[in-house]
Design a protein around this ligand. Structure first.
Ligand SMILES: [Zn+2]
Length: 238
């Protein structure tokens, strides 16, 4: 069974959008990871999350390490181009592992998210190396327990368009379904089967044949006898 660890980036009310103040990155990440969990489970994927409570923080490396024994660690985010508003910066980034283990999936996910969000710039797949291996703590944690990891940045909350898009629950649901499909395909899992509609039960017919006659007259007599007994009876010629 494929097992995936989902991490909703940050906690509580964290990373407020300077462009749309009602938006907090942490809240979007939390909603999206629960929707994605449900979508992945439709494919028979086993999903664990890094925390049970949105108000609780967890150190970055611990988040990655929570993926021990999983086939994938995926940390969900929206990006910031700085502390101000940058309306022109609008693209998706997948940060993948230095060892190349998530290049392919990171590319597929970033392309799918960019297409859905209709970002202004093309999606990017990046790695970042630090003095202790993976630069990002969550990926360093995932690497420490041998899990291929990805940080997926759903464009930037430092601009209005993408931020407003991410505030729509229907859009998050669409993202979850699309991301789950990409992941399932990556692991060779079939699309979930819709339950077939119940076929109307056909009323069975019980046919009884009583015999064959070389004489039409005798056949006629048999029919009459049957009809007199309350049965329906017909003559068929063969
Ligand atoms: Zn973030």
């Amino acid at each position: 069974m494929v097992k995936i660890c989902l991490d909703a980036g940050h906690y509580a009310d964290y990373n407020r959008s300077p462009a749309v103040p009602a938006y907090y990155e942490s809240r979007m990440n939390w909603k999206l990871h629960l929707l994605l969990k449900a979508e992945l489970e439709k494919y028979g994927i086993s999903v664990v999350t890094t925390r049970a409570d949105p108000e609780t923080d967890l150190p970055l490396e611990s988040r990655g390490k929570a993926s021990e024994g999983c086939d994938l660690f995926l940390s969900l985010h929206s990006n910031a181009a700085g502390s101000g508003i940058y309306e022109d910066i609008d693209y998706v980034v997948a940060y993948v592992m230095l060892d190349g283990s998530t290049d392919e999936l990171g590319k597929a996910l970033s392309q799918t998210v960019a297409a859905l969000m209709q970002t202004r710039q093309s999606p990017q797949v990046k790695t970042r190396e630090g003095s202790r291996g993976e630069y990002y703590g969550v990926l360093r944690g995932a690497a420490a327990v041998g899990t291929p990891g990805i940080i997926l940045e759903h464009s930037f909350h430092t601009q209005t368009r993408a931020t407003k898009w991410l505030m729509e629950d229907a859009n998050l649901q669409a993202l979850a379904a699309a991301e789950a499909q990409v992941i399932a395909t990556h692991f060779g899992l079939e699309a979930p089967q819709e339950a077939p509609p119940e076929a109307p039960a056909e009323k069975p017919l019980y046919r009884v044949q009583t015999g064959a006659f070389s004489s039409l007259e005798n056949a006629q007599k048999q029919v009459t006898a049957l009809q007199n007994a309350g049965f329906e009876a017909i003559i068929k010629v063969s």
